[in-house]
Design a protein around this ligand. Structure first.
Ligand code: ADP
Length: 323
């Protein structure tokens, strides 16, 4: 459905997109994860036609996009700041995109109403945008984009202006809309739990380059470098010559004969965060109350207590530091 080949964009000496290659199948959602300044927005802007590439090609549904103006690309874009039109009501906003597609007025209204109903937003149709909460505004922005029936939907950190609880609800809601409408989408985020929750595939971007992409859990369990491992949330990477040993939490057993010393412990009552000092390096582990009890074996553990753990050395991964 989508194929990006060697797409590049420089701003002065900064490579915001550095020979990016990516492919997506129809109906797949790609979570694009990268630190701030890694080129996430630039990549979306290139795909939407808001920025001109220095080189490379983008194929969508058999058409090469780079010669097409934004309005002919069939690419929808959703920003974090909703960008609704304040002078139009919700229905007006949702049917707006259809004006450009030269769809007759009655048909526009009918389609917009039908879509709002399907999305459970029918009761908002006559509201003004300033009468909507942030979450409602973003729902309407999504509806406005879906109304134009894009072949590719780009979401640029769509939840980052919302508070935590709302973020989770809306994440699930938008995700289910994308699936229900079988949309092919790229969802940009710098939040890895969001990336894992919404992505059928995951791509990690750093300094304009795609470092690794594939199924999210495959990236998590087989990161290509220590940097990627850390970025995806792994805590335990032991320096080993000029490479690193990744200790997955599944490689650590809570009973065994290998010496370890408790360096710190904290708990919110449910989860226990502990740090152990082992001969080869430190281990940070998150334990359930039950696992913590297993580790304590009835003793009172304090900082400095000696423990025995098990380490499955065959499960450790040797990784290059950088990539
Ligand atoms: P992200 O979305 O991951 O935060 P961006 O795509 O916004 O990253 O930026 C990638 C790099 O390109 C950054 O170094 C940024 O400073 C630079 N950049 C982006 N847009 C411009 C621009 N219009 N002019 C100059 N530099 C830019």
């Amino acid at each position: 459905m989508l194929e990006i080949r060697n797409l590049s964009k420089h701003f002065g000496s900064t490579a915001a997109a550095d020979a990016v290659n990516l492919a997506l199948e129809s109906g797949q959602i790609l979570a694009l994860l990268g630190p701030s300044g890694s080129g996430k927005s630039t990549l979306l802007r290139l795909l939407a036609g808001l920025e001109r590439a220095d080189g490379g090609e983008v194929w969508l549904d058999g058409r090469e996009l780079s010669k097409l103006p934004p309005e002919q690309r069939k690419v929808g874009l959703i920003f974090q700041d909703y960008a609704l039109f304040p002078h139009l009501d919700v229905l007006g906003n949702v049917s707006y995109g259809l004006v450009e597609q030269r769809i007759p007025k009655e048909e526009r209204g009918r389609r917009a109403e039908e879509l709002l109903e399907r999305m459970g937003l029918g009761q908002l149709a006559r509201r003004r945008t300033w009468q909507l909460s942030g979450g409602q505004q973003q729902r309407v922005a999504v509806a406005r984009s879906l109304a134009t029936r894009p072949r590719l939907l780009l979401l640029d950190e769509p939840l980052s202006n919302l508070d935590a609880q709302l973020r989770q609800d809306l994440q699930a809601e938008i995700h289910s809309w994308l699936q229900r409408f079988e949309l092919t989408a790229i969802w940009v985020t710098h939040d890895r739990s969001e990336a894992f929750a919404v992505g059928d595939r995951l791509a990690v971007l750093r300094a304009g380059r795609i470092l690794q992409d594939g199924p999210p859990l495959e990236l998590y369990h087989r990161p290509a470098s220590a940097w990627i491992a850390r970025f995806l949330g792994h805590k335990n990477l032991w320096p080993s010559g000029d490479s690193f040993l990744l200790v997955p939490s599944a490689a650590v057993g809570l009973r065994g004969g290998e010496p370890a010393e408790l360096e710190s412990h904290s708990s919110d009552g449910e989860r226990h965060l502990i740090r152990l000092r082992c001969p080869e390096g430190a281990l940070e582990l998150e334990l359930s109350s039950r696992e913590w009890a297993e580790l304590r074996q009835g003793r009172d553990l304090e900082v400095g207590s000696a423990l025995g753990i098990a380490l499955d050395r065959a499960a450790l991964l040797r990784l290059p530091g950088d990539l």
